[in-house]
Design a protein around this ligand. Structure first.
Ligand code: PLP
Length: 397
């Protein structure tokens, strides 16, 4: 075999995703792109904020000497200082540039963290429904994913279930808030409970378990809600994030990881993570993007735009008879599948030219995901198709 058996296995197990995309392409060719309602990808359709282009132009007109060279593997000191200042403000803690590494997106940050902390066979708890790449990232570094469900009705943290899943081999737990795919935000109280449990284990046994907070949607919160910063709540926490969603720059691969300054081993962790970022082959985060995001730590895309899309979809779909948790952030809905088999439901939706992802793709059969980071007109045009789909599965429509 030309490729490793493990990779061939991963590919064949996810081949239904490829088949779904192929079917989407076929529908677009046959019926025209405007008659296909594609809610599959978390790829923001909005453009970056104006400030991004302003800074880009300023830099292009006044290039800095050597600005395309390698730099310190952790990233530019001034960029890390700007990120640290924002984190210090949000957390109330003394976060400095020494606690921040610029990375190739949150995906790059997650891989750098996992490479740094995992010994072979150590367990990482992931919370279903979860971002599908977690399992592959954990496997990249010899870890073992352990799935724990969030509350089935609210998708909030089930702290008792998490506590039960902790073993002497647990090295980390990944939390994602606002969540992909459910859009829920975890309140400070439940993160604090988690932090107390981890701290107690550390104090009693010396066993350090990290909470990795994957938060690329942290600035996308609705109704004035606030996403609590994890640093004051969980001592052994590491933030991994990016500007893929909040500045709509997913193709530019710019993000960062930051470690809690309250961890007494924080500098050892940072030394390891700089090494991992380098030796994973990322070397450093893109130079130009680092320069730009230095100036953009208080910017974000228009949140009201996403909120309006959430409001429209939640009210229309609920009126049709679909059931879902009303999300507080990100740009996803995760309704219950009206058919027992979510893959069957997603196939049926394709017949109505609606493209969705089955919950099975997030470790959560029985649900489906709508990514509503699409033009409002696509959502509006899709509503008659949603009604027809709802009627076909026995809902009001
Ligand atoms: C929960 C979550 N984590 C991480 C990522 C990776 O994002 P990026 O590597 O573009 O920052 C994504 C992307 O969709 C995501 O939804």
């Amino acid at each position: 075999m030309a490729i490793a058996m493990k990779i061939a296995g991963h590919i064949s197990r996810s081949s239904w995703i490829r088949r779904m995309f192929e079917e989407g392409e076929r529908l677009r060719l046959e019926f025209g792109a405007e008659n296909v309602y594609d809610f599959t990808l978390g790829n923001p359709d909005v453009e970056p904020p104006k400030a991004f282009y302003r800074e880009l132009l300023a830099l292009a007109q006044n290039p800095l000497p050597g600005m395309h060279r390698y730099m310190n593997n952790a990233g530019y000191a001034e960029t890390r200082a700007a990120v640290a200042a924002k984190l210090a403000k949000d957390s109330g803690l003394n976060v400095t540039a020494d606690h921040v590494i610029m990375t190739c997106g949150a995906g790059g940050a997650l891989n750098a963290v996992l490479k740094t902390i995992l010994n072979p066979g150590e367990e990482v708890i992931i919370l279903a429904p979860y971002f599908v790449e977690y399992k592959f990232y954990i496997d990249n570094h010899g870890g073992v994913p352990v799935e724990v469900w969030t509350d089935h009705e609210t998708f909030q943290l089930d702290i008792d279930a998490i506590e039960k899943a902790l073993t002497s081999r647990t090295r980390a737990i990944i939390v994602c808030s606002p969540n992909n795919p459910t859009g829920v935000i975890y309140p400070a109280e439940s993160l604090k409970r988690l932090g107390d449990i981890l701290k107690d284990i550390h104090r009693r046994t010396g066993h350090l378990i990290y909470a990795i907070s994957d938060e690329p949607y942290a600035r996308i919160a609705f109704d004035g809600k606030h996403v609590p910063n994890i640093f004051p709540l969980v001592e052994s926490s590491i933030i991994v994030t990016s500007h893929s969603k909040d500045l709509a720059l997913p193709g530019e691969r710019i993000g960062y990881l930051a470690a809690n300054p309250r961890m007494d081993t924080v500098l050892q962790f940072m030394e390891g993570a700089v090494f991992s970022n380098r030796t994973l082959g990322f070397v450093n985060a893109p130079a130009l993007m680092q320069r730009l995001v230095t100036k953009l730590q208080d910017e974000s895309v228009d949140i009201a735009d996403y909120q309006a899309k959430r409001d429209l979809l939640v009210s229309e779909l609920t009126a049709m008879g679909f059931e879902m948790v009303r999300p507080d952030g990100a740009f996803y809905l995760f309704p219950k599948s009206p058919l027992k088999d979510d893959v069957e439901f997603v196939k049926l939706a394709q017949k109505h030219h609606i493209l969705l992802v089955p919950g099975a793709g997030f470790g959560a059969p029985g649900f489906f995901r709508i990514a509503y980071c699409v033009d409002m007109k696509v959502i509006e045009r899709s509503l008659p198709a949603w009604r027809a789909l709802a009627r076909e599965v026995g809902l009001k429509g």
